[in-house]
Design a binder for this molecule. Sequence first.
Ligand code: GAP
Length: 491
Amino acid sequence: MVAMETLVSLCKRRGFVFQSSEIYGGTGSCWDYGPLGVELKNKIKRAWWRDFVQRRPDMVGLDASILMHSMVWKASGHVDHFTDPMVDCRECRHRFRADQLAETPWVHYCPATKGNKFTIPPGEACTHCGASRTLCPDCGKGELTPPRQFNLMFKTFMGPVEEDASVTYLRPETAQGIFVNFDNVLQSMRRKLPFGIGQIGKAFRNEITPGNFIFRTREFEQMEIEYFVNPHETVEGRPADEYWHDRWIEDSLAWFRRYGIQPDNLRLHEHDRDELAHYAKRTADVQYRFPIGWSELMGIANRTDFDLKQHAKWSGKALTYFDDERKEHVVPYVIEPSAGVDRALLAFLADAYREEEVRGEKRVVLRFHPELAPVSVAVLPLLKKRDDIVRTAHAIRDGLSRDLTAVYDDTAAIGRLYRRQDEVGTPYCVTVDVQTVGDTDKGEAADGKVTIRDRDSMEQIRVEVSRLGQVIGDLLGGTAWAEVAAAAGRS
Ligand code: GAP
């Protein structure tokens, strides 16, 4: 698995992710997506939206506001319970999550070795003196304060007056915007259970220990679905909520595999009783083998009827569904597949990263799924001194860019241009050369063909410019390179 530092450095160098406000020294845990990062992020979101919202007859979309009525957060339990236990070092003032201390490496000045400094792996004792960690893991000197509960929501004020009555919060999850709109969607779209509402949007959490690049940040994006089911129904002999929970787990895993994540790097983690939120009947996390180890990529929870009942209680509005068959009002159960966009991006990036040896040289290549690659096609002129070649290359790029992300580059020799595109995961390069446009001085006629180079095999084929859009479209749509190459050979 690629090291996190390698990814961070590639992301900065090639315009994927920059540290936020870097010229002022950066802000803790905030990141900006650069020209290629924003393309990758948009393509991940577009694929998710298309597959889970547009293509499914049982799904609709929503875009709720980030600022909501403060009562939403009281009803949802976030004001009272969305907390992490925090401890501070009395010496260096560093802050830690009390429940993560056992997973943190710790600095130790060992009395058995004349006070030598060691960094000891998480949870282990010093092999020289046998001591376990009691002091600050960072400085190894300070006592830690007793744990205090710290609310993770960002507080703000609605309107010009900073008073208690105008306090509200930046949403810490997109889910609540869906719950409070349940009845609006039900009525306006005339839905029957089961159906789901999908939403993509920003969420904010004042994390005590953000870090690991874009893995845990204070501002991030979520792709969430609340899937409402009738708890009185059965599907294939099982309670509907349990059946749909399993279906969403399978569909979520399949989605990541479909866009190229290697199956061995995905696994399921079932929450045990201690981990389970008080409202959840069952939660399973999809974990990915990140450079920092196996960690949560997304969660799929059965939230029961907790949220709708809470909002009904606090708002005084009925949030029920009329079951025509049983002639009764029911509060639906909710299955919630909830994924982080930034974590998905990190997983796709880490999974795509390869270092290969080609003719004795190292080649770095991001083997992105063609639909996710930030740049779909790069159009490259073989000779930038020839106006007709450059003009043709620009015209080809302009044509392709109507339907896909296409770039033009002539800032280096062709070999280097190919390597640069490999490093950002561009699946296809199109090269315009002398044969394409012909050479009147030498009396050579134009053949009207360009070379397409495949990122993964590095093989090349020649196709007519008139067929290029179709061929590239087929390749990006999933037609195998071998098939296209065979057809090009025949033409
Ligand atoms: N509505 C349910 C919910 O928010 P969660 O497990 O707290 O559940 C869902 O968050 C997903 O959001 C996580 O699996 C992760 O991908 C992403 N996420 C949560 N906190 C994050 C953070 N601080 N930085 C980046 N992504 C985060």
